[in-house]
Write a protein that binds this ligand. Structure first.
Ligand code: GRF
Length: 226
């Protein structure tokens, strides 16, 4: 199988996948990473991919925003739509068997999900919070802060299938982490990332097993708002 990985940042989760594929980290993923696409031209994950001789591409939303004033909400919305449409075209040209979002920081809209789903390509995503706990951005900080306020005693992370609703697909892997008031944000964040690296390997293996058994879960085709 061929895996396409989407990143936006340092790529420590990408590195875990690279090491697993190379047999340097267990359990071993028996598939290839065919391409890494980064939403940022300066993501260190690009360096990690190049070091591993994996083809890379940059798909930068800022390029689509070029020349559009911040306050022009409608033009920026159209730019985001084109960003998603074009990313879908790039992915369909590569035609991977599985897409793994490993620290991908942008929302994948139906303009991307529809063609990818029609092509039968499943997508999984790493989200550093428990199912339904803290969807969206800054999940690690928000969980830690809630722990500090004594509102929750458990944080964690998951690998889930991507559907239209952000961070809401059925989980493949869930790792719960105790939250204590004594722990600093940095120390909690460190524990989250260590567990992400294990979870993303396990989640990818489970998704590949579903491909083997032809039991993949695909985002339902969302009628595009005109
Ligand atoms: C992870 O916490 C991920 O959940 C979040 O950003 C971090 C990715 O780190 N989206 P890396 O780029 O894999 O090092």
């Amino acid at each position: 199988f061929q895996i396409l990985i989407l990143i936006s940042g340092s790529g420590s989760n990408l590195q875990a996948l690279i090491d697993s594929v190379a047999g340097k980290r267990s359990p071993q993923i028996s598939a290839e990473i065919c391409t890494v696409i980064s939403s940022s031209p300066t993501a260190y994950g690009l360096t990690r991919a190049k070091t591993a001789n994996i083809p890379t591409q940059v798909h930068d939303l800022q390029e689509y925003y070029n020349g559009i004033p911040k306050e022009d909400k409608d033009l920026r919305k159209q730019a985001r739509k084109k960003f998603n449409v074009d990313l879908g075209k790039i992915v369909l040209e590569i035609k991977p068997d599985l897409i793994v979002c490993a620290g991908w920081m942008l929302i994948l809209s139906p303009s991307f999900l529809n063609p990818v789903s029609e092509a039968g390509i499943p997508i999984i995503n790493l989200h550093p919070a428990l199912p339904g706990q803290f969807d969206g951005i800054r999940a690690i900080e928000r969980a830690w802060e809630a722990g500090q306020r004594g509102e929750i005693t458990k944080g964690g992370l998951m690998i889930h299938r991507v559907i239209k609703e952000v961070d809401r697909g059925k989980p493949l892997v869930v790792k719960e982490l105790e939250l204590t008031k004594e722990e600093t944000l940095e120390d909690y964040e460190k524990r989250v990332h260590e567990n992400e690296h294990i979870a993303i390997i396990e989640g990818t293996i489970l998704a590949l097993e579903e491909l083997e058994e032809k039991k993949v879960e695909l985002p339902e085709i969302e009628s595009l708002k005109l």
